[in-house]
Design a protein. Sequence first.
Length: 473
Amino acid sequence: MTWSKSRLFAFSGIVFAILAGYKTVQHLTFNTYAYDLGIRASILYNMAFQGRVWDSLNNLHGFSGHFHPISYLLAGLYWIWPNPLLLCLLQALAASAGLLLFVLLMDRLVEDKRKHVALIALFLANPFLHNVLCYDFHPEIFAIPLVLLFFFLMERSEGYNKDIGVKLNWGGTGRGRPQGNTKYLLGLLPAFCLLALKEDMGLLVFSLGIYALARRKWLMGSLMAVVGLAWLPFVLTLVIPHFHAQGQTPLISLHYQVLGSSSAEIMGTLLKNPWLVLTQVFARSETLVTIALLAASVGSLALARWEVLLVLPLLFAQLVSDYPHQMALTWQYSAGILPLLFFSMIKGAGKVRVGIMWLLAALAIPSAVMRFPNPFVQGVHTQRIRDTYRVIKMIPDTASVAVSNNLAPHLVNRRNVRLYPETDDARFILVDLEANIYPATWGARYEELERLSAGYRRVYSEEGLVLVEKNAD
């Protein structure tokens, strides 16, 4: 199989179409949530149309939880098409762009053509990747194409001219392309773009800097390692606290309660007691299972190369958490780790014979079975979906509203919107009591609605879908 330019882009385009279709159906059937599609869309709406970095659903500054300056770029796109579905499609685009770069790297580094199909299958069927895609939108997904682009530029800078694997039929003579030892410096661009995604991406930049140092790119590697290592404490101690509301609990303290109650205290604990990191990671059966499944998800091929060690800074930062989903690497928490594993998998595939390779690829099956997410937790019920859209249209575009979790992404394009059970005297309250109503209490959801809707009149109420409007004074 020859990966010509047209074939490669067609294949990536097909994958994008499939993922985009799946994300579109997920969103339109109310299987996306305030956490975090609604929150991200609310921030972008306020940036694009209200001139403020604000999360209206939680009534907090948009950078008071995580620092993601890429939102300025995304807000420009949101201004063009103000629809949360845009973010779902960008997820699909990031994954398909990652696949394209993955194939380019595989084509350059894996000589045996018979391994290509298995490697692509391991990428597309990776359950951790599908967790990232499934659980709404998080900017970290852009780490997948950015990191793979970094590795592609680094490998390209080596000037491989021999025929290895299946050469891409790009055509041309290569005129206008960067020449000589300056080629690798292009890798600084995608590497430092990672810092705009989230504060912990600094650890990923640090790992890429170590890789550059191992390739004897001394200036580049030193710069990336220093900046990457300094980025996380800088953002946690100076940037994010600057945007905190009075009395706001730092988000990091909710995820690392065992380490401390503030960023400074958590980092102090890590420096004074590094043994605690090891015990948090290796003394818990849950984290050991996560590590095993992570290795199995890439057919254990990554373990054949030293590059797999690059995952350790970010992996330890996730596994040391006492937040269940973070230490299990479900949801978005594996986004920065996956491209390092994919690259190590490609490198490892070159060392494994065909028979063993297929055997190792089969090890991904337990991971897929145990961790493959369900993107349609709320189900797809056509009549209820129609009723829900009909009820949403009853709410004027300018009216203030409090809305429950799975309905929030469809109502965030307004200045005054809150996440139920916070109401802030909203004119309308819309909740789906039979769906995901977090952070409201599930067990007492009907009683809680009765209490919060005192002074409201029922506009619609059927099968748990309730819309109430505030009584006129």
